[in-house]
Write a protein that binds this ligand. Sequence first.
Ligand SMILES: O=C(O)COP(=O)(O)O
Ligand SMILES: [Mg+2]
Length: 245
Amino acid sequence: MEGKCVSDASVNKSVPSGWPEAILFDLDGTLIDSVPDIAAAVNELLSGDDLPVVSVDAVRGMIGNGVKKLVERAYASVGTQYEGDALNAATDRMMGIYGKHLTRHTVAMPGAVELISSYHRAGVRIGVVTNKPEAFTHEILRHFGIDGQVDVVVGGDTGPARKPEPDMLHHALSVMGVAASRALMVGDSPADIGAAKAANMASVAVHGGYTNVPADELGADRVISSLLDLPAAIEALRPAALAQG
Ligand SMILES: O=C(O)COP(=O)(O)O
Ligand SMILES: [Mg+2]
């Protein structure tokens, strides 16, 4: 990775001929490394119930299917099964705790901010499709200065069924007026690649995110070691994508 960087030149080389017209990015584990803030919030939540705290590594494996699932998994990991009203109440508490510190320790993944800016400048529509709540996502994108370059944000509470269902991806594409065959999904977990496949979209999996299934085994069309390799992956995918129509 050392020495690599994202430049308008590398991005422009990767978008000369109309594919992709849109790129949909997952958020947690793909564009941002948010686990330090999420783990801190989980541990504040558990401590508030006099339960033991959990490790950052353990929390990393709980992220990707929305806040409620995260809370259910966190309590289960310390031997407490929550469901129904109790789970809803704990999820509300988690939203309150995490919502106060969305970006204290969170950093952008290498190349993420530059890529979004460059593809936006190159005329590619950008979507962020995350199981995280939409308002949190906007605040995080604002923090990193890229809210204005993202054409659509679809969050776990926006309405459409969450990833791995294809609905959030369909929603983002319909807002942008782009066909699935002209778009690419970039993500780190089974939810992202599963949703892309269900939506008949090309997909790229990025190593180093939050997934219990290794990136190589997600079934993505390409696997990259970091976002810095996205322009090259796009160039490699383009001929087949254009041939497909
Ligand atoms: O599960 C979440 O809250 C968010 O995860 P995602 O951004 O990877 O979809
Ligand atoms: Mg993710």
